[in-house]
Structure formats: C-alpha cells, structure tokens
Write a protein that binds this ligand. Structure first.
Ligand SMILES: NC(=O)c1ccc[n+]([C@@H]2O[C@H](COP(=O)([O-])OP(=O)(O)OC[C@H]3O[C@@H](n4cnc5c(N)ncnc54)[C@H](O)[C@@H]3O)[C@@H](O)[C@H]2O)c1
Length: 297
C-alpha cells in the first residue's frame, strides 16, 4: 500500500514509518521539521517538507495515497497554555487541512493520533471512551477537536477515519530536550548527567505509559482493520498505571521533590474497545521498556 505519514519525522511517526517500510509498504513522510528531525526519517521513505497549516501546498502530496496516518501536531501542554493561538493553528486548523486534502484526493482512510489529555481529571478510572471529555489545557481541547472533525468527516464525506487516544508514549527517539519531556526521559537524562531525579509534587500521581512499538502496532491495525473506519475513538494505553515514584525507583538514584502543578492526579486506560475493534493490547511492560532504555542511554 501507499501510505502518507504526516508528522513522520517525529518520535512516534518515525517509529511507525520504520515498521511500515519493514512491512514493504511505500511510504512518504510529510513534516515541517519543527520538532521532528530529518535524521529520524527512514532512507527508503520519500520526504516532503511541508506545513499542515498551508492547505494549498498539501494537496498534491495526497494524490494516489491509500491511507494517511496523521501525527503532526505541536504536542506540548505547557506551550499550548503559553501560546493557545499558535498551537490551535497547527493542532486544529492543521488537522482540518489534512482531512480536507485527504477527502479531496479520495484517500480511503485516515488514522488520527488523538490524546488521553482529552479526558482531563476524572474520578472514573480506568477512563473509557464514553466519558465526557473535560480537557484541562488548550492542547487537550485541540486534540479533542481533531477527533471530532475526524468523526464528522467519516459521517459526511464517504471517507474512513479512526482516532487513537494515546496515553504517555515512551521509547526510542522520544523528545530529549525542550519544554516538554516525558518523565521517563527526564529521569534518564538526569541519571546520565549524575543529577538527582526531579519529582513534581509528591510523586504519587499515576499514569498509563505505552511503549511506542505498541502504539505503532495499534496504528497499523487501525489502518487495516475491518471493524473500524466510522470515526471511532479508541484508547491506546495500558490498563495498569504506575506512579512517578515507581519509575524513579526503576531508574534509580537520589531524588528531589518540586512543587506540584495543575495536572490530573491519576490516569489509566480501559482498553476493552481496542481489544474488541482492533484485537490490540499492549505487549511491552513499563518495567521492560525502561530496562531497555537504560541499556541504550
Ligand atoms: N508522545 C505522547 O506521549 C503522545 C501522547 C498522546 C498523543 N500524542 C500525539 O501523537 C502525535 C505524535 O506525537 P510525538 O510524541 O511523536 O511528537 P513529535 O513532536 O515528536 O512529532 C510531531 C511531528 O509533527 C511535526 N509537525 C508539527 N507541526 C507541524 C506542522 N505545522 N506541519 C507539519 N508537520 C508538523 C513535527 O515536526 C514532528 O515531526 C501528536 O499528534 C501528539 O499529539 C503523543
């Protein structure tokens, strides 16, 4: 098949590209390299430098494509709080442009990278897809609007869409600098710099962490699955969650505690729908994923 991976120079997108090429698909990557890196892109993938906020320039690259994986976004919660308009432009208007370009080129299916940040702080755990979204940041809201656009495009325009809500993705090539780092990467960086691990709040907040290889597998199942395509929203996470203190324990070393910030206290994913519609469940445990990263870091 011929796939276009929008945002394919980034952390998750580039891991997806590698797997698609391994499976012998023809792959093109469209990215503006704002947070992604050219060095992430597989040599066998065609690279198109373009910005999803410019619809006219996108259109030619969607012709003849069987499926689009849409991962491009500014995935930074603090930045979205600081710059809601700029992040809205990429995350919402950019997503609408990708859907329009795909629709007009007759692309059969789009898999959209959504986010568990749509849930916000909920008392119901594990979170399931029927809960009312209550995002706590512009980023969470923007990602949620993208899902809704994807659903509406499936409803109105004879195209197939699926939205995957990821929960804290980690693994090779995750961002290693900048304003937003996964807690796993922050601790790995601090350990290799022989610094104390910095824990926000009391460290008892828990999260569902998902290995990037599991997210890649979910994307391919969502692109090829027969039971999806009508704008479904599906959690891609782990039903078991771990505290920040537990992660610090696995990585090892001294700790310092910093003031808490506004964030959900707990999160973990109900993956009944992913199992039922995609036949997906995670394969890599957090302990194993961290052990692998400790070897390479
Ligand atoms: N990493 C996570 O834990 C996580 C969790 C939930 C959802 N997501 C979603 O998954 C997707 C991929 O995230 P990631 O962690 O790989 O982030 P990333 O920053 O590594 O990848 C995003 C890619 O999009 C590109 N991009 C950004 N703005 C663009 C624009 N205007 N035009 C073209 N390309 C643009 C960037 O250059 C980058 O290559 C995002 O949509 C994000 O919201 C990620």
């Amino acid at each position: 098949m011929k796939y276009l991976v929008v945002g394919g120079a980034g952390f998750i997108g580039s891991n997806l590209v590698d797997e698609l090429i391994k499976q012998k698909h023809e792959v093109a990557v469209l990215d503006n390299l704002s947070t992604g890196k050219k060095s992430n892109i597989h040599k066998k993938a065609k690279f198109i430098k373009a910005d999803i906020t410019k619809l006219k320039k996108l259109r030619p690259h969607f012709k003849g494509v069987d499926g689009v994986f849409h991962l491009a976004a500014i995935p930074r919660v603090p930045l979205s709080i600081e710059k809601p308009i700029e992040t809205h432009e990429a995350n919402v208007n950019g997503t609408l442009n990708v859907l329009m370009a795909a629709r007009d080129a007759g692309v059969k299916r789009i898999v959209y990278s959504a986010s568990s940040s749509a849930y916000g702080d909920t008392k119901v755990l594990p979170v399931h897809e029927e809960l009312k979204p209550a995002p706590m940041s512009p980023y969470g809201l923007q990602k949620y609007i993208g899902e809704e656009y994807a659903r509406i495009f499936a409803l109105l325009y004879n195209m197939e869409t699926v939205s995957l809500r990821y929960f804290n993705v980690y693994g090779p090539r995750m961002a290693d600098a900048g304003s937003y780092l996964s807690v796993v990467k922050t601790f790995l960086n601090q350990k290799s710099a022989k610094q104390a691990l910095s824990i926000i709040g009391d460290g008892e907040q828990t999260r569902s962490f998902t290995h990037v290889s599991d997210v890649v597998r979910a994307n391919i199942l969502a692109m090829q699955g027969k039971k999806v395509g009508k704008g479904e929203v599906i959690n891609i996470g782990t039903p078991k969650s771990y505290s920040v203190n537990q992660i610090a324990k696995w990585i090892g070393g001294p700790r310092i505690y910093l003031p808490p910030r506004i964030e959900p206290k707990h999160s973990c994913a109900d993956i009944t729908k992913a199992k039922k519609l995609l036949g997906w469940s995670p394969k890599i445990s957090l302990e194993k994923g961290i052990a692998e990263l400790l070897v390479v870091s």
